[in-house]
Ligand binder design. Structure first.
Ligand SMILES: C[S@@+](CC[C@H](N)C(=O)[O-])C[C@H]1O[C@@H](n2cnc3c(N)ncnc32)[C@H](O)[C@@H]1O
Length: 220
């Protein structure tokens, strides 16, 4: 393994240890209600559709989407987070399919999802574009990507997120990573977060909705 690969491998191991520890506490770090932007944008999804939720953590988004009647597949690197996601699903009486994966190399089945939902999944530059390309490949024609993440200007705030500019996202970065998708909604700016103890107060975020192209027959 060359030094850069070794460093990335060490980062990924440490990262999952970090998230297992972060979630190994009573309560839910980002609450049990869905992300507000997801809640506001979910009307775009067809009824009872297939939704992939990478980096779903303790499952607040996946469980809420399942409660809306969707078939949800939540994946995350943290076994502790996924355990809590399954417990939340059971408590709320919905089915949630889960798998422990590393987004560094995991490839979802192509064209298997009507929507991909990413909230606050901050990946390092060495693997981010590849992971985003594979996740976009999971979308069926006309499928939706709904994404919220912290912007580099979040470094001014204490409301959550990585303290490393290399892990923060701009609209231009997302447009480049997801170049095959059609932008539908784009926002960069300050919002008020109220998401459990983990995300509280004024935050600088990027919010993005994009759609996979229709197939050759024009079917979305
Ligand atoms: C800030 S939390 C957000 C959790 C959830 N999306 C939410 O908004 O409540 C980031 C999540 O991404 C997951 N994650 C980070 N890097 C990952 C990787 N390489 N593979 C899989 N999951 C990863 C973490 O385990 C954690 O659950």
């Amino acid at each position: 393994m060359v030094p850069a690969q070794r460093a990335l491998s060490a980062f990924l191991t440490e990262n999952m240890h970090f998230w297992d520890q972060a979630f190994d506490t009573p309560g839910y770090k980002y609450g049990t209600e869905p992300n507000a932007f997801l809640r506001a944008q979910a009307h775009r999804l067809p009824p009872a559709c297939a939704v992939l939720v990478p980096g779903d953590g303790e499952g607040r988004n996946g469980v809420w989407l399942a409660r809306q009647g969707h078939t949800v597949f939540s994946v995350d690197g943290s076994a502790v987070g996924l355990g809590k996601a399954r417990a939340l699903a059971a408590q709320q009486g919905v089915l949630l399919r889960t798998a422990q994966v590393d987004l560094a190399d995991w490839a979802p089945p192509p064209a298997s999802a009507d929507a991909v939902v990413l909230t606050y999944v901050h990946l390092p530059p060495a693997l981010r574009a590849g992971a985003h390309r594979r996740l976009a490949g999971a979308l069926r024609p006309g499928g939706w990507l709904i994404l919220e993440a912290f912007h580099p200007l979040q470094l001014r705030h204490t409301s959550g997120g990585p303290q490393d500019a290399a892990l923060l996202y701009t609209l231009d970065l997302l447009r480049a990573d997801f170049a095959g998708l059609r932008e539908v909604l784009a926002f960069e700016g300050e919002v008020q977060l109220d998401e459990g103890p983990g995300h509280q107060g004024t935050a600088h975020v990027v919010r993005w909705v994009a759609q996979a192209p229709a197939d050759e027959g024009g079917n979305a």
